[in-house]
Design a protein around this ligand. Structure first.
Ligand SMILES: [Zn+2]
Length: 299
């Protein structure tokens, strides 16, 4: 038999109901993450030991997830993946959005958690504007930081490309008047409000999505390496602009999500990146992934 060898998995989308909203996790790609060398504040051997408990080793494959929220009146996309900026490890968001039954032209608003390349890059592919009608929103702090070249000198060298990525992919949206940064944490649309969670970037935001009493915290890069940073939230990574603030934001989010039983959606947690967190110690948590359902489920 000479069956062809396929290079990819199934289409990457996963949908579920949150009250009267529909949430669709969309996979942009996956990317090896050098957790052992990028960790900040870990004890010697700790990263390898924690990964080993889940039969993983560094570099560990991390997802690039984005999340579509369909409210009764709008389609809102939270983060857009890496687009062309991670080579063949990313760029599947548009394909997976279409596979899930949506057209990128239907997206009304895009809320970015922050302006790193793997969250903003998907606004463009091959010089093409992917979301021709969407308003693009991000915190004012992130917009002013990453769109000002003078800040390059203030960050580690590995963050340099983030300035180029933000500038290149946002430029057409800025030029057409569709880039609208926001201040603070007031609701952006009924049922979705930003949560101030700085550290990974100066203006990193999570988004709290609520419908009919059901709550989902879309937490962006609050956690990069789930097997390491959920059991030990003190471990930061070299991509954090302010590691101490990132640790504090992570501890707050984990504690609140665990005590309130919220659904959580993470950008780099194994697809679909949706689950719950449970407290297992004074400052330690575990991740419980959503149970797969073939049919659209109301959790
Ligand atoms: Zn990221």
């Amino acid at each position: 038999m000479s069956a062809p060898v396929a290079p990819r998995q199934a289409p990457g989308f996963y949908r579920f109901e949150l009250g009267e909203f529909e949430i669709v996790a969309l996979l942009d790609g996956s990317h090896p993450f050098d957790a052992a060398n990028l960790a900040v504040g870990a004890k010697p051997g700790e990263v390898a030991e924690r990964l080993g408990r889940q039969y993983l080793a560094s570099p560990v494959e991390g997802m690039i997830n984005a999340f579509l929220v369909r409210t009764p009146t709008k389609l809102i996309l939270i983060d857009v993946g890496a687009g062309d900026l991670y080579g063949r490890d990313g760029g599947l968001l548009e394909t997976n959005l279409r596979a899930a039954g949506f057209d990128p032209a239907q997206v009304d608003e895009i809320y970015l958690t922050h302006l790193h390349r793997d969250h903003v890059g998907g606004l463009m592919r091959g010089g093409r504007v992917i979301f021709p009608h969407a308003i693009v929103r991000v915190s004012l702090e992130d917009a002013s930081f990453w769109l000002d070249d003078a800040n390059r000198a203030k960050v580690a060298a590995i963050l340099g490309p983030m300035f180029d990525g933000a500038e290149q992919t946002l430029q057409p949206y800025i030029a057409s008047g569709r880039f609208k940064p926001f201040d603070g944490d007031g609701p952006l649309t009924p049922g979705i409000r930003p949560v101030v969670a700085p550290g990974h970037t100066p203006g990193h935001r999570q988004y709290l999505v609520e419908s009919q009493g059901q709550i989902l915290l879309i937490w962006g890069d609050t956690v990069h390496v789930m097997p390491v940073q959920v059991p030990d939230p003190h471990i930061a990574i070299k991509y954090d602009t302010d590691p101490n603030a990132a640790v504090a934001s992570r501890e707050t989010a984990l504690a609140e999500a665990a005590s309130k039983g919220w659904w959580v959606a993470g950008a780099h947690i194994s697809f679909p990146g949706i689950g719950h967190v449970r407290r297992v110690g004074p400052d330690s948590f575990e991740w419980i992934p959503v149970n797969y359902s073939l049919n659209r489920i109301a959790p």
